[in-house]
Write a protein that binds this ligand. Structure first.
Ligand code: TYM
Length: 331
């Protein structure tokens, strides 16, 4: 079976609707057809300053949300990145075939560095995409389900994998991004021209583990547009278009049907339907996360089993890489 690999950073107490629609939902759907590896990327989560106790807690909460979102730890390999040392080891090797200029062109890095200022920006944030490439290449992943914002990182992954293969002999599978267009980019409810993002935050963010009341309030106060028509017009009506995207994805109704349904109705009605569609997913999701966190020992055991499965693949790949580049095998 073809492989998939993907991951999310445990940088927040909750995933948001963009993480869910852009990534997690795809992950769950792909388990049936792929040999799937889903990772909580804690090494990536320390690149911009963090608190140790919070990270421990958020790593478990993130894993619990993968499961609550439909990832089945019996069918997929679910694990924590720092439990598998090969990620950091391969990242070092890849960093030695990555151009400084090439890494400098990563737009996510440029955006984050611009927000933080040069002195607060770490070397780890700079080499972050190389670690991401290592994550993917270690497992010979064919497909990487992510949101649009990760496309450039997957391209870098292909470039690095291809470069290694041509210098040292065929070793890596070159992955393709899997980015379904409808949910590739969910926008902020307060600023529907910017993507919904945990690092930006604010009341335009829908967090899956937020109080239902808060979620309801945020949808209610979402920015809409002038005029009254309910049409998915990204150019002229970005707020309404975003709400339609969310409703369509959460209720599995085609956009055209929704537009048809809302002819002659108002924005208030649209927001009500968005709210109930979101709640239908969020309430059982929250319940499941609570259950999983009630038994952290069981969750940790499950993550340990996942790491052991992941290492069966990653150790083999790293051994091969070390051999190809000329590292002596230890006696
Ligand atoms: P992260 O943790 O920022 O985001 C997790 C996933 O959610 C997607 N996403 C969105 N999709 C649609 N609309 C949005 N507004 C939105 N916001 C976020 C992201 O595209 C991502 O798929 N670098 C990665 C983590 C990573 C990774 C990997 C991913 C590390 N190693 C290997 C894939 C493969 C990141 O920061 O995602």
């Amino acid at each position: 079976r073809p492989r998939v690999f993907s991951g999310m950073q445990p940088t927040n107490a909750s995933l948001h609707l963009g993480n869910y629609l852009g990534a997690l939902r795809q992950w769950a759907a792909m388990q049936d057809h792929y040999d799937a590896f889903y990772c909580v990327v804690d090494l990536h989560a320390i690149t911009a300053g963090h608190d140790a106790d919070q990270l421990r807690q958020r790593t478990r909460v993130t894993a619990a949300q993968y499961i609550a979102g439909g990832v089945d730890p019996e069918r997929s390999t679910l694990f924590v990145q720092s439990h598998v040392p090969e990620h950091a080891q391969l990242a070092w090797v890849l960093s030695c075939i990555t151009g400084f200029g090439e890494a400098s062109r990563m737009t996510q890095f440029k955006d984050k560095a611009a927000r933080q200022g040069a002195d607060a920006t770490t070397v780890g944030l700079f080499t972050y995409p190389v670690l991401q490439a290592a994550d993917i290449l270690l497992y010979h992943a064919d497909k990487v389900p992510v949101g649009e914002d990760q496309r450039q990182h997957i391209e870098l992954t292909r470039d690095l994998g291809g470069r290694f293969n041509s210098r040292f002999g065929p070793t890596f599978t070159l992955p393709s991004p899997y980015i379904p267009e409808a949910t590739a980019k969910i926008y902020d409810l307060q600023d529907p021209t910017a993507k919904m993002s945990k690092s930006v935050g604010g009341s335009g963010l829908i967090e899956l583990l937020d109080e239902p009341k808060t979620i309801e309030k945020r949808i209610k106060s979402a920015v809409t547009d002038t005029g009254r028509e309910i049409v998915a017009d990204r150019e002229n009506k970005p707020g309404v278009a975003n709400l339609i995207t969310i409703l369509s994805a959460m209720s599995a109704r085609p956009v055209a049907d929704i537009e048809q349904d809302f002819v002659g109705r108002g924005y208030g009605d649209l927001k009500k339907e968005v709210t109930s569609a979101v709640m239908e997913t969020v309430l059982p999701f929250q319940q499941r996360v609570r259950e999983l966190l009630d038994d952290p020992a069981e969750l940790d055991a499950l993550l340990a089993r996942g790491a052991a499965k992941a290492r069966e693949v990653s150790a083999h790949t790293l051994r091969q890489v070390y051999d190809r580049i000329g590292f002596l095998e230890p006696e």
